[in-house]
Design a protein around this ligand. Structure first.
Ligand SMILES: [Zn+2]
Length: 173
């Protein structure tokens, strides 16, 4: 079964996403508790019957530093919600704000999602030269969860916990 379970730390902060099997193990061993379950569904075995967990919380605190979000084409598009950062239409290409040909780096701050038309039109120019201004300043996302919620909008119950991990500068202007 590919049911994914959100795991919160004892502090209710995001820890990771795990498999149902591992989540049940943690619950069964008394290491975690159910925070949110899927309505009317249960995990049943000979020994127990549990509500199907959607979110669980560790009962002891786990120290774990967050992993950095890797800079990939997919993650840049996810960060920008597949919206062209110049015109606001759907986009699926990555544009270098300062063109690569002019020493623009591969970085979160210099790469944005753009539609094919804007990408072509801007070409080897800076936004100022092309008179194509960015709708918002591109920033580096600090944690994976920020991207996870965008990927899986159906996990509404998860969002309120994941948002806790967004640092202030990532709240859209
Ligand atoms: Zn565009």
């Amino acid at each position: 079964m590919s049911h994914a379970v959100l795991v919160l730390n004892a502090s209710y902060e995001f820890l990771n996403v795990t498999s149902l099997k591992r989540a049940v193990k943690l619950l069964y061993k008394g290491k975690a508790e159910v925070v949110e379950a899927v309505d009317n569904r249960a995990v049943v075995s000979r020994h127990f019957r549990l509500p199907l967990p959607s979110i669980i919380r560790m009962l002891y605190f786990i120290h774990r530093p967050f992993k950095e979000v890797p800079l990939t084409r997919k993650n840049i598009l996810l960060r920008d919600r597949h919206v062209c950062q110049y015109c606001g239409k759907p986009g699926d290409t990555v544009d270098h704000v300062r063109p690569r040909s002019r020493k623009g780096p591969d970085s979160w701050e210099n790469c944005v999602c753009a539609c094919a038309a804007c990408n072509r039109r801007k070409n080897n120019r800076t936004p100022e030269e092309a008179n194509m201004l960015l709708t918002r300043k591109p920033r580096k996302p600090s944690h994976i969860p920020w991207l996870l919620i965008k990927q899986d909008a159906s996990r509404e119950g998860w969002a309120r916990f994941l948002f806790w991990n967004i640092s202030i500068e990532e709240v859209p202007d």
